[in-house]
Design a protein around this ligand. Structure first.
Ligand SMILES: *Cc1c(COP(=O)(O)O)cnc(C)c1O
Length: 611
């Protein structure tokens, strides 16, 4: 039996029961029944499931843990948080996030003008808005408009020229002037594949010299009282606690120094994001060496200590965690379309009256393989295959012989795996390293798991059912793009085993977990495969309900987004058909029109196929 490391990565959000993976909440529906219900409406292709209760859980945990630490250390500052929109800007995520966040005064962070517009339209009335990233005058103007709308807005300065633009805007727009934050460039930096945002060579933030200059500029322009926050962000997915502590010490001391220089309204330290998520489904690999409890304790304790040492007021603590809040809420369901070796069946075998001797030998191996000789016969069959393929290249055997070879070797491999199942894992492993099954999935890796494509970030993956049966095939996963990078290879360091299923008899789906942060918006439209069909799943004691079903874009919409004139395109198609020799033109036009309105993913139900 295999549990796909569910205890390591799922944070108890999901569980396995009676062979199914279930959402571990209230009525505990299985992902299989949710998927089937969606497919019953005609949806094919990949499905992105959103679970709002998991957004709630993460926000609640973040506030609870910080407030617990604040209470236990008798810390005098308060805890505030905003969600960085760059992590997920999709409306069906943001609307739930904002609703859930209302009672916590949870705000939004924007890193571009378009994100700021989302924040201005939907942020909770009394919740903060922070604005980071490089800003032009127009973005600063938007910040002033947000302040005029009544939002508690903080513009974080990434460079001195931005400050000059704010000073200019303050003269034009006057009160209310947004709060001003300064992003500091830390000497310490994060670690890991996402850590280029911090450190002395970072793309962002003011050096000590620039900080001093900024304070001078603010003073000179009578704006020092609007300076309320210092900000840093040492990178995303910070897997170890030490860099966080180091950065906090540095930031805490900068805070105290600036305070002493007369920044009397500077009361907030904004730690940015970086809170890590555990993606590993393998016991020996960990992406995170701390818990949220340890993280919050360390932050509160360190800031208290620095404030005491320096004799300044304990600052309010601000965070901008995105990955931690959003990752778990979304699960990608990908239907398996094909097992590549499935075509190798005994029925397919067409042995001749007289076969080449090596094929006769292969056939004997297949007939007489048993638990005690399985490994040996497996090795022999691979040797024979090598020789037979060479014979084919040299012209000594024909295509029928070659086909028989492939079928027999695959049948022997399958039998060997079956026969060694209950034996020594080591032997089984030796076989599996050499013979993988390739699973073709109806999804695009470029669209739905871009961080695997770009950074080799692995996401937990498992089948939706059969979890009470031992998976025997070492699996590599292939997407439907025409690109050899669209593969998650079988890797002995991260082995994935799946079931040997006959897709003509049953359906088989894989779920990728923790895909709610960054993956959606970073997704690429390679081969024009766009965002999958998304569905929000609300679960209560009685069952579950499907809401906000947004089907993956139709072919026409995809082409429209590429700036094709789709009206002209359709009349061209119509004209070309009219001019052609084909019969039943009306019927063909109707058919074409239906296809243009469907989405781009494969519309195949394995059950419908004749094998
Ligand atoms: C990206 C980013 C975040 C979010 O980081 P996570 O690791 O997703 O929590 C927060 N603040 C800033 C300034 C960022 O650039």
């Amino acid at each position: 039996m295999q549990d796909y490391g569910i205890k390591l990565w799922s944070n108890n959000d999901f569980c396995i029961e009676n062979g199914y993976v279930k959402v571990n909440y209230k009525s505990r529906p299985s992902l299989y029944e949710i998927t089937q219900q969606i497919r019953d409406t005609g949806v094919r292709g990949p499905i992105l499931l959103r679970f709002p209760h998991l957004i709630h859980k993460q926000i609640d945990t973040l506030y609870k843990e910080f407030n617990r630490a604040i209470e236990s250390f008798q810390y005098k500052g308060k805890f505030h948080a905003v969600f960085p929109l760059k992590v997920n800007q999709f409306p069906n995520f943001v609307s739930h996030l904002v609703n859930i966040g209302e009672k916590y005064n949870y705000g939004l962070e924007a890193g571009s003008k378009a994100e700021l517009i989302i924040a201005m339209a939907y942020n909770n009335k009394n919740a903060p808005i922070t604005v980071n990233g490089f800003k032009d005058k127009n973005m600063i103007t938007l910040g002033f408009i947000a302040a005029k709308m009544g939002y508690d807005t903080t513009l974080t300065i990434e460079g001195l020229n931005e400050l000059e633009n704010i000073i200019e805007a303050a003269k034009i727009y006057k009160d209310p002037i947004p709060n001003i934050g300064l992003r500091i460039r830390l000497h310490s930096s994060g670690i890991g594949i996402w850590a280029k945002s911090g450190g002395i060579n970072s793309k962002f933030g003011l050096t000590s010299t620039e900080l001093l200059e900024a304070v001078e500029l603010l003073k000179k322009n009578d704006l020092l009282d609007h300076f309320t926050m210092i900000h840093f962000h040492i990178g995303s997915q910070i897997g170890e606690i030490n860099p966080v502590k180091k950065a906090l010490r540095e930031a805490g001391n900068i805070y105290a120094e600036l305070k002493k220089m007369g920044a009397k309204n500077l009361n907030n330290i904004n730690l940015g994001g970086g809170l890590a998520v555990e993606y590993s489904q393998h016991e020996n690999i960990h992406n995170r060496n701390y818990t949220i409890t340890e993280f919050t304790n360390d932050v509160v304790f360190l800031l208290k200590e620095i404030a005491m040492q320096k004799g300044v007021q304990e600052p309010h603590i601000f965070t901008e965690s995105g990955r931690y809040i959003a990752a778990s809420h979304a699960v990608l369901i990908a239907p398996v379309l094909e097992l590549f070796s499935q075509e190798y069946t005994e029925q397919g075998l067409k042995l001749k009256e007289n076969n080449p001797p090596l094929i006769e030998e292969l056939y004997d191996l297949y007939k007489s393989i048993n638990p005690s000789n399985a490994i040996e016969y497996f090795h022999d069959s691979l040797d024979h295959m090598e020789s037979l393929l060479t014979l084919f290249d040299l012209g000594y055997i024909d295509l029928q012989d070659r086909s028989n070879t492939e079928i027999l070797v695959h049948l022997i491999i399958k039998k060997a795996i079956e026969l060694t199942q209950d034996k020594d894992r080591y032997e089984l492993k030796r076989i599996q390293d050499r013979v993988q099954e390739r699973y073709l999935l109806n999804f695009s890796l470029f669209q739905s798991l871009p961080d695997f494509w770009g950074l080799k970030q692995r996401f937990p993956v498992m089948p939706l059912n059969k979890l009470d049966q031992k998976p025997t095939r070492s699996a590599s996963l292939w997407d439907i793009t025409c690109d050899s990078d669209g593969e998650i290879d079988f890797n002995v360091d991260y082995p994935l085993f799946l079931h040997d299923v006959d897709l003509s008899k049953e359906e088989y789906f894989l779920a990728f977990f923790l895909v709610g942060a960054y993956q959606e918006i970073l997704g690429m439209k390679h081969n024009l495969f766009t965002h999958p069909t998304e569905v929000t799943v609300k679960i209560d004691e009685k069952g579950f309900e499907l809401e906000n079903i947004v089907e993956s874009q139709s072919i026409l919409d995809i082409l429209y987004d590429l700036d094709y004139d789709i009206n002209e395109m359709q009349s061209r198609l119509k004209q070309l058909i009219a001019q052609s020799e084909c019969k039943e033109k009306e019927k063909i036009l109707d058919q074409l029109s239906i296809l243009l309105h469907e989405n781009n993913y494969l519309k195949i139900s394995p059950k419908e196929r004749k094998i």
